[in-house]
Design a protein around this ligand. Structure first.
Ligand SMILES: *[C@@H]1O[C@H](CO)[C@@H](O)[C@H](O)[C@H]1NC(C)=O
Ligand SMILES: *[C@@H]1O[C@H](CO)[C@@H](O)[C@H](O)[C@H]1NC(C)=O
Ligand SMILES: *[C@@H]1O[C@H](CO)[C@@H](O)[C@H](O)[C@H]1NC(C)=O
Ligand SMILES: *[C@@H]1O[C@H](CO)[C@@H](O)[C@H](O)[C@H]1NC(C)=O
Ligand SMILES: *[C@@H]1O[C@H](CO)[C@@H](O)[C@H](O)[C@H]1NC(C)=O
Ligand SMILES: CC(=O)N[C@H]1CO[C@H](CO)[C@@H](O)[C@@H]1O
Length: 488
C-alpha cells in the first residue's frame, strides 16, 4: 500500500494510519526531489493525459496521470522497465533504490513508474464520491497502463523495445494481468507477492500469521490467542471498559454499542501483529517507512515477557509499543470515527491516502477480507460479516454484490489458472498473502520463486548484507530469468 508498489493490503483498520504499499507514502520524503535533481537531472514527476473511461468511447473526458522516468541506466536498444503503482501514492524512492534498478543497470533499461489512478496525485475526478469511484478498477488501471505503454512507446521511439512490467502485492497481480491481457504490449512480468485469486473471505491470512509467529517461538501465537480471548471475554462486561480504556490508552472511553464497534476495536489491535508479520524484516527503510525495527521477534519478545503481567497485559504493552513507534498519543479505535473518515469523499480527507479507494476495490473486485473465521488463528471477534458490512456502510454495496464482483474478477483474470508465458511469481513464506499467490511453477515459462523466511515483497527492496541467502538467490534467479526472456 498499501500497495506503493507494494504495501498493499494491510489490515483495513490501520489503513488510515499507514497507507503505503510496497512503494510507500511520498510525504515522508521531504527534500527528496531536490536530491533527485542533483543525482539524475530528470526525475521530476511528469504527467500523462489519460481517458477517464477506457470502455466507453462516447465518454471523452480526460485527466492527468503522474509518472516518473529514470534514464540513468538506459542504453540505446535496451529494454523498458515499467513499475506499476498500486493502492497508495507512487513513491519516487523507487526510482532511486530497489532491486529492479540493479536489473536495469545490468540490462541498460529505461525505467518508468506509473501511479495508479485514484491514488497519490493521480486524481481523475473532482472527489472520491461513490459515483466517481465507478472509474476505479483494476481493468481501468490496466487500460491506463496499455495506453501509457502505447503512447510513450511511440513518442520515445520505444515501440520495438522489450517492455517488462514489475509490481509487488496488488501491483504484482497487475503485472501478471498486464502480460496476460496485453501480451503484445509487455514482453515479460515480475509479479511479486501477487494475490492473483480473489476471494471474499480470506481467513487463511490469519492462519499464516499464526504460523509466522510460531516460527519465531511456538508459544508466541498461543499467548496472543490467550490475550485476545481474555479481551473478548472482558468486552462482554461494560464494567471492565474503564480498565480497557486505560490499558490500551484509548483516545476516548470505550463504548461498545454495536458488533461493529467491538470488531473494529479488536481488528485494530490484531492489526499490530498483522502488519508486523506482513513486513517482517523487509528492507523498507529507504522508502521512509518508520517502525521497521519492530519485528516478529520484538512482538514475541513482549508477549513472552512475564514481568509485564499476564498475556492480556502484554498484549496491551504491544499496543502501546506500536503507538510509541508511530508517534500516536492515544489509540482511536472508534468505528464511528472510522466510518466518518471512510465516507469523506474529499481528496483532503483522512482516508484519501488510499483507505477509501482500496476498500472500495475490495468491495467491488477482490474481497480479501482477513476475517477471524478460521479456528487455526490467534484472534477473535472480526468475522466476515463485519468486513462485508463496511461495503454497505461506505459505498452502499451489499453482500451479494460483493460476492458477484469477486466471482467476476476470477472469471475475468482466471484466478490461479494463469495462461500466459514469461511471468515470474516470487513469494515469501511468512507473508500472509502467499496464501492467494502462485506457489508452484505453473509451467517452465510461468515459474514461482519461493523465498523461505521472507515477508511481503522482500525481493523488491534494495539488497543489504543482512539478507537471507535464499533471498539473495531469489533475486539472482529473477535476474537469470529476465536475461533468458529478454533474448527471446
Ligand atoms: C480494574 O483494574 C483494577 C486494577 O487492576 C482491578 O482491581 C479492578 O478489579 C478492575 N476492574 C474491573 C471491573 O475489572
Ligand atoms: C466515537 O466517535 C463519535 C463521533 O465521532 C462519538 O459520538 C462517540 O462518542 C465516540 N465513541 C467513543 C466510544 O469514543
Ligand atoms: C539509494 O540510492 C542512493 C543513490 O544511488 C544511495 O546513495 C543510497 O545509499 C541508497 N539507499 C539505500 C537504502 O539503498
Ligand atoms: C526502534 O527504533 C526507534 C528509532 O530509532 C527507537 O526509538 C526504538 O527504541 C526502537 N525500538 C525497538 C523495539 O528496537
Ligand atoms: C472531509 O475532510 C475534509 C478535509 O479534512 C474536511 O474539510 C471536510 O469537512 C470533511 N467533510 C465531511 C463531510 O466531514
Ligand atoms: C509459502 C509458499 O507458499 N511458498 C511457495 C512459493 O512457491 C514455491 C514454488 O517455487 C513453493 O514450493 C512454495 O511452497
Amino acid at each position: 500500500m498499501a500497495l506503493q508498489t507494494c504495501r498493499l493490503l494491510l489490515s483495513k483498520a490501520n489503513l488510515l494510519l499507514l497507507v503505503s504499499l510496497c512503494v510507500a507514502v511520498d510525504g515522508h520524503f521531504k527534500g527528496f526531489r531536490k536530491f533527485f535533481r542533483v543525482q539524475y537531472g530528470s526525475l521530476e514527476e511528469q504527467w500523462f493525459t489519460q481517458k477517464l473511461d477506457h470502455f466507453c468511447s462516447a465518454d471523452s473526458r480526460v485527466w492527468k496521470q503522474r509518472y516518473f522516468v529514470n534514464e540513468a541506466f538506459y542504453k540505446p536498444g535496451g529494454p523498458v522497465f515499467l513499475m506499476i503503482g498500486g493502492e497508495g501514492p507512487a513513491n519516487p524512492a523507487w526510482m532511486m533504490n530497489g532491486t529492479w534498478l540493479n536489473y536495469a543497470e545490468k540490462f541498460g533499461a529505461l525505467c518508468l513508474m506509473l501511479e495508479h489512478r485514484f491514488y497519490g496525485r493521480s486524481n481523475p475526478t473532482p472527489d472520491l464520491s461513490t459515483d466517481n469511484l465507478r472509474y476505479l478498477s483494476s481493468r481501468q488501471a490496466l487500460a491506463d497502463l496499455a495506453h501509457f505503454r502505447t503512447v510513450i512507446g511511440e513518442e520515445r521511439g520505444l515501440n520495438n523495445r522489450k517492455w517488462v512490467a514489475f509490481g509487488g502485492s496488488y501491483p504484482g497481480s497487475l503485472a501478471a494481468w498486464f502480460r496476460l491481457k496485453y501480451p503484445h504490449l509487455v514482453h515479460a512480468s515480475v509479479a511479486t507477492s501477487a494475490p492473483v485469486y480473489a476471494t471474499v473471505n480470506f481467513p487463511e491470512y490469519l492462519e499464516v500469521v499464526w504460523r509466522s509467529l510460531a516460527s519465531e517461538n511456538t508459544e508466541c501465537p498461543l499467548l496472543v490467542k490467550k490475550a485476545s480471548d481474555t479481551l473478548v471475554e472482558r468486552l462482554k462486561d461494560p464494567k471492565t471498559y474503564d480498565n480497557i480504556t486505560k490499558d490500551f490508552n484509548l483516545c476516548s472511553s470505550l463504548q461498545i454499542q454495536t458488533e461493529m464497534d467491538s470488531a473494529y476495536f479488536l481488528e485494530t489491535l490484531a492489526g499490530n501483529f498483522m502488519d508486523v508479520v506482513q513486513y517482517n524484516e523487509d528492507n523498507r527503510g529507504f522508502e521512509g517507512v518508520v517502525g521497521t525495527n519492530i519485528t516478529i521477534k520484538v512482538l514475541c519478545g513482549v508477549m513472552g515477557d512475564t514481568s509485564l503481567g499476564d498475556p492480556y497485559a502484554r498484549y496491551a504493552a504491544v499496543a502501546r509499543l506500536m503507538m510509541d513507534t508511530f508517534f500516536m498519543k492515544c489509540l482511536d479505535a472508534n468505528y464511528s470515527t472510522y466510518l466518518r473518515d471512510m465516507t469523506n469523499a474529499s481528496w483532503y480527507g483522512l482516508a484519501a491516502g488510499g483507505g477509501r479507494q482500496w476498500v472500495y476495490q475490495t468491495c467491488t473486485e477482490f474481497g480479501f477480507y482477513q476475517s477471524t473465521d478460521s479456528p487455526n488463528q490467534p484472534f477473535a471477534g472480526f468475522p466476515l460479516v463485519y468486513h462485508v458490512k463496511q461495503c454497505a456502510d461506505f459505498y452502499n454495496v451489499n453482500a451479494d454484490q460483493v460476492a458477484e464482483a469477486v466471482a467476476q474478477t476470477n472469471e475475468y483474470y482466471g484466478g490461479y489458472d494463469i495462461r500466459s508465458t514469461r511471468i515470474v511469481l516470487p513469494n515469501g513464506s511468512i507473508d500472509p498473502w502467499h496464501a492467494l499467490g502462485i506457489t508452484k511453477d505453473i509451467t517452465p515459462d510461468l515459474p514461482a520463486v519461493f523465498i523461505k523466511g521472507t515477508a511481503h515483497c522482500a525481493n523488491m527492496y534494495p539488497a543489504r548484507k543482512e539478507d537471507l541467502p535464499q533471498l539473495v538467490l531469489a533475486r539472482d534467479h529473477v535476474f537469470l530469468l529476465l536475461q533468458q526472456w529478454l533474448k527471446q
